[in-house]
Ligand binder design. Structure first.
Ligand code: URA
Length: 242
């Protein structure tokens, strides 16, 4: 017997956390009866589980690397009708992004229908390294970059140490291009860190996620991950110390 939210996640419908939301929102039925409590266990072989009236079927897992353009939202659907990353992929499967990039941020985003894989990579314990390039207002000095490296106090706590390096400066326009390497992924974290330093972010792009880069992809383009890449990501997450 398995927990209901785990069975839903394994079927590729949503992450485990989302599946819990589906359950409490009354969108899930087991053998025709609505289940709204979280502790329920089911037999994935024998019990009929439905989400929004659609029976779970075991979908083939799919994994994509997307170059998210700006002006697209990192969810599967948007109540304001904005374009979503899953629309860009146009997959038959019910796919969703692993983590988020802001509407106005571009760059590398992984998309999958494998809930366990998504949970594994998103777990803070696994400290997956991400690399961003930010254009910021003003030119951060050495002391400010050191604050990024040591951690900055934000409203949701101090940030973990990150690496920051100035790549170029435009003295006339008073802007700088900064490379940032970090493993945390709090909501709008890069923007909030530089805002706190007095250097608001004007442009932000994620260039790397662990060993994966954008390569030759152009904005809005995507490619399937190679099986070896999926395997390496799983191993990386499993073997990282806590
Ligand atoms: N940090 C941000 O501020 N925005 C993103 O999209 C990603 C990281």
């Amino acid at each position: 017997m398995e927990r209901l939210q785990k069975v839903i996640a394994q079927a590729g419908v949503a992450s485990r956390r989302k599946a819990e939301e589906f359950i409490t929102a009354g969108r899930v039925k087991v053998n025709g009866k609505k289940v709204t409590e979280l502790g329920v266990k089911v037999n994935p072989e024998r019990d009929l589980v439905e989400v929004d009236g659609v029976p779970l079927d075991k979908e083939e897992p799919v994994y994509y690397l997307l170059y998210k353009p700006t002006g697209v939202i990192s969810t599967s659907n948007d109540d304001k009708g904005r374009r979503t990353v899953t629309e860009l992929i146009g997959s038959e499967q019910r796919v969703y992004p692993i983590g988020r990039l802001d509407y106005e941020t571009s760059g590398l985003l992984l998309i999958t229908n494998d809930g366990d894989f998504a949970n594994l990579l998103m777990h803070p314990r696994h400290k997956i390294e991400k690399e961003y390039v930010a254009k910021v207002e003003g030119i951060p000095d050495r002391r400010e970059l050191k604050r990024v490296e040591e951690g900055i106090m934000l409203e949701d706590g101090k940030t973990a140490p990150a690496k920051a390096k100035i790549l170029s400066v435009d003295k006339k326009k008073q802007t700088a291009i900064v490379r940032l390497i970090m493993h945390e992924g709090r909501n709008r974290q890069v923007r909030r860190m530089f805002e706190a330093l007095g250097h608001p972010v004007k442009k932000l792009k994620r260039e790397r996620y662990s060993f994966l880069t954008l390569g030759n992809l152009q904005p809005s383009e995507f490619r399937p991950l190679k099986p070896i890449e999926v395997k390496q990501l799983k191993e990386l997450a499993v073997t990282k110390p806590s």
